[in-house]
Design a protein around this ligand. Structure first.
Ligand SMILES: [Zn+2]
Length: 503
């Protein structure tokens, strides 16, 4: 009966081996090769082990029949392997070592037969040849993988859509937009540029039972998936190319880092239907990025202020910024108002002014809506709703202001050497001045878009969340000055003690 061997055949990735033995036809040829080889060598074939359409080069890929082959060698069901070529058995040095280990320990004659010759894995020479060959094959595979990647990139450069499942926002095939999803994205973009938080958009989508392509059945779409969808460069037509190595390296990737560029530095534009303009896409990415950055710099223990007039309320006595604080639980003021704005000595103010929060906020809301109505009546024309340059400048300005505040905080806590602090604060102040001028200029030149924005804000005010209201208020109001309440008399809210400074 002689020596019993397992025949092994594998269909590789396209172009990996290039020996004409891939695909359905190729595996038939490999099997024929093995049968011929077994006959010529007077071996007995136990059975064929075939792994389909998988790469022997990629370590992650599972090869069930290869594993069975190894296990059958170990348990002495078979005494060897017959294959067209050692390439076909493995291109992974680690897998070859598993085989060598079995052959070395064996107390029976074993063979490793290929149409290109035998490898005697019980001798140093045989092992050396096998290792060398697998190492070279491994290198060729890596080259072939790069070749496939280059081919995909070439297609990408021609603006061809990705193969596979269409991304969120498009119908199968990826060419035509899916109307419902596209509208969801557009609305979320508008909302975010108007101050809505990504977490709020996420909550809405969960409520609407929106699902991403990757959402498992019975689960909600994740926050990260929403961010991924809304910042996908594909939305504005930009072609993205993420090399396979990058995809394997990390989990979620920031697609905006992988926009394909032509040699002149301009983005490659795809052939599919666009869902937003490049400016809008860029603005959304910038806004989300800058918010994330601000969140990171925050120290533990400091409150993230969410009041409507945070950053806007100013003390009428000393001009300092006012903080919001909660009244003591159980007091009448707590039950009626909940919180108040105050100029605090601890924050560098005079400590002389404080005012219950809600009446001030209601008053300012009323003033803003009145202001917007007058504005939209006075200037009724306009096209673009969003001025991306303005959005960008405002985001940058907020960022610089946050950095200034942070630098001061660090200085106060002694973590910032004076000399460096002075230099840093000078740089930031200069930057802030430049940006403030830019914002003011854009506000003026953007009057038309402000008008349409005004109409939209009036219409949608009832649906606005606090961050959106705050963004709207900050768009039109520079500061809200709260003046000292005279001693005596009742404590009824007096609107004449509130001065709104418009932009
Ligand atoms: Zn003050």
């Amino acid at each position: 009966m002689g020596i019993i061997v397992g025949g092994y055949a594998r269909i590789s990735d396209v172009g990996e081996l290039g020996d004409g033995r891939d695909g359905e036809e190729g595996v038939t040829r490999q099997k024929e090769d093995v049968h011929d080889l077994v006959k010529v060598r007077s071996l007995t074939l136990h059975r064929m082990y075939v792994d389909n359409d998988l790469s022997a080069f990629k370590r992650r890929v599972k090869r069930p029949d290869f594993d069975e082959l190894v296990s059958d060698l170990e348990t002495e069901i078979i005494d060897g392997i017959a294959a067209y070529n050692i390439d076909r058995v493995t291109r992974q040095p680690g897998q070859l070592e598993r085989l060598i280990d079995i052959y070395e320990r064996a107390r029976r004659p074993m063979v490793f037969a290929t149409t290109a010759g035998d490898y005697d894995l019980s001798t140093d020479d045989g092992r050396f040849n096998a290792r060398l060959y697998v190492m070279i094959a491994n290198k060729f595979s890596a080259d072939a993988a790069r070749r496939v990647a280059r081919q995909k990139k070439a297609e990408a450069l021609q603006g061809k859509p990705h193969r596979g499942v269409a991304p969120f926002g498009w119908m199968d095939g990826g060419e035509k937009a899916e109307p419902f999803e596209a509208e969801l994205i557009s609305k979320a973009h508008r909302d975010i540029l108007n101050g809505k938080l990504l977490s709020e958009v996420h909550a809405e989508w969960v409520e609407l039972e929106v699902r991403s392509r990757q959402t498992p059945p019975g689960r909600n779409i994740t926050y990260t998936a929403v961010r991924y969808i809304l910042t996908n460069p594909r939305l504005c037509g930009y072609r993205v190319y993420v090399p396979q190595a990058e995809r394997e390296k990390r989990g979620r990737i920031d697609l905006s880092e992988f926009v394909l560029e032509r040699s002149d530095g301009t983005p490659v534009i795809g052939e599919w239907e666009k869902i937003c303009s490049p400016d809008e896409w860029r603005a959304v990415c910038d806004v989300l990025k800058s918010r994330a950055m601000k969140g990171r710099g925050r120290k533990k223990g400091t409150t993230v202020t969410k009041r409507l007039l945070t950053r806007l309320a100013r003390c009428g006595e000393c001009g300092g910024g006012m903080q919001s604080m909660m009244y003591t639980r159980g007091t009448v003021s707590f039950d009626r108002y909940g919180f108040f704005y105050a100029c605090l000595k601890a924050a560098g103010g005079c400590g002389g002014v404080s005012r219950s929060g809600p009446p001030v906020e209601e008053h300012v809301e009323g003033l803003l809506l009145g202001h917007l109505r007058r504005m939209s009546k006075a200037l009724r024309s306009g096209t673009s709703e969003i001025n991306p340059a303005l959005v960008k400048a405002r985001v940058d300005l907020d960022q610089v202001k946050a950095e200034i505040a942070e630098a001061r905080q660090l200085r106060e806590s002694g973590e910032f050497p004076l000399k460096e602090f002075v230099r840093e604060i000078k740089r930031l102040d200069d930057r802030r001045d430049v940006l403030e001028i830019e914002v003011a200029t854009l506000n003026v030149s953007g009057l038309e878009s402000s008008t349409t924005a005004a109409e939209r804000i009036i219409r949608e005010w009832g649906t606005y969340t606090t961050p959106m209201k705050r963004a709207a208020i900050e768009r039109f109001i520079e500061a809200v000055v709260i003046k000292k309440q005279p001693r005596g008399g009742n404590h009824a809210f007096r609107s004449d003690l509130i001065d709104v400074i418009w932009k």
